[in-house]
Design a protein around this ligand. Structure first.
Ligand code: ATP
Length: 233
């Protein structure tokens, strides 16, 4: 049994059908990348797993137990964390307050220092308010807020989007380290090379359908397959 099983889900925004019988799974300690063009349904898949959107049909299970239909707060309590594209931080609170708040409702949160070991920059900035952070620091804080809750699985939506190359390099290194220590993750990324550098397995999405599944190594070896559904080589 996989840690996360998404089975034939259909998701709609109003009358607009966005995910069609979509099935994916993620094994424990595995990093899965979701790739596809804009509008393919990647963000919607993460939002549906997190319970922000309820699937119209199909089932989502964590450790074999159904979670679809639960509110996001309940899904967070059983160990799912979404790091959304728009960065979930409180601008008026300091870095440390942001982290403490995220830890508050977690069953077994990490000590603050463990987050600071992952992101030393956050320690330097611990008394700064969220809104004064650079884009890269905000993304570190957003990921730090997920990590401090020690979740079973982290859903990352375009973590490298809009960041300078040097910051992307740092965040890719952190992602690699998290993958190496056995964190289970789903990552949605437009930066395919960055995602493939730490993903184990890949799903390609197109128009709300899974159109490709393979190991990251296989996909790296056949870039023409990648081009067929992502539009880049
Ligand atoms: P992107 O990289 O642009 O975020 P994506 O693969 O994550 O792409 P989604 O954001 O999941 O794609 O969008 C899938 C489809 O659902 C698109 O056609 C989009 O226009 C539509 N959609 C997304 N959010 C909403 C919404 N809140 N209301 C209505 N339609 C939406």
């Amino acid at each position: 049994m996989s840690l996360l099983e998404v089975e034939r889900i259909n998701a709609l925004y109003g009358d607009s059908h966005v995910l069609f019988d979509l099935s994916i799974h993620v094994n424990e300690k595995e990093v899965v990348a979701l790739l596809g063009r804009n509008g393919a349904g990647k963000t919607t898949t993460l939002r549906t797993i997190m319970g922000v959107l309820s699937p119209r049909s199909g089932e989502i299970r964590l450790d074999g137990k159904p979670i679809s239909g639960l509110p996001p707060s309940a899904i967070a309590r059983v160990g799912v964390q979404l790091v959304p594209e728009e960065r979930a931080i409180f601008g008026g609170l300091t870095v440390e307050e942001n982290l403490r708040l995220a830890a508050l409702t977690a069953p077994k949160p990490w000590p603050l220092d463990r987050v600071y070991e992952v992101f030393p920059r956050l320690k330097e900035r611990r008394t700064s308010r969220g809104r004064t952070l650079s884009g890269g620091e905000q993304q570190m804080l957003s990921i730090g807020r997920a990590l401090i809750r020690d979740p079973r699985i982290i859903l990352m939506d375009e973590p490298f989007e809009g960041l300078a190359p040097l910051i992307v390099r740092d965040l890719v290194n952190v992602s690699r380290a998290l993958a190496a220590e056995g964190r289970t993750m789903i990552v949605v990324e437009q930066n395919v090379a960055a995602a493939l550098s730490f993903a184990d397995r890949v799903y390609g999405l197109n128009n709300g359908h899974v159109v490709y599944e393979g190991s990251a190594k296989e996909l790296q070896a056949e870039p023409e397959r990648m081009a067929s559904f992502i539009g880049v080589g």
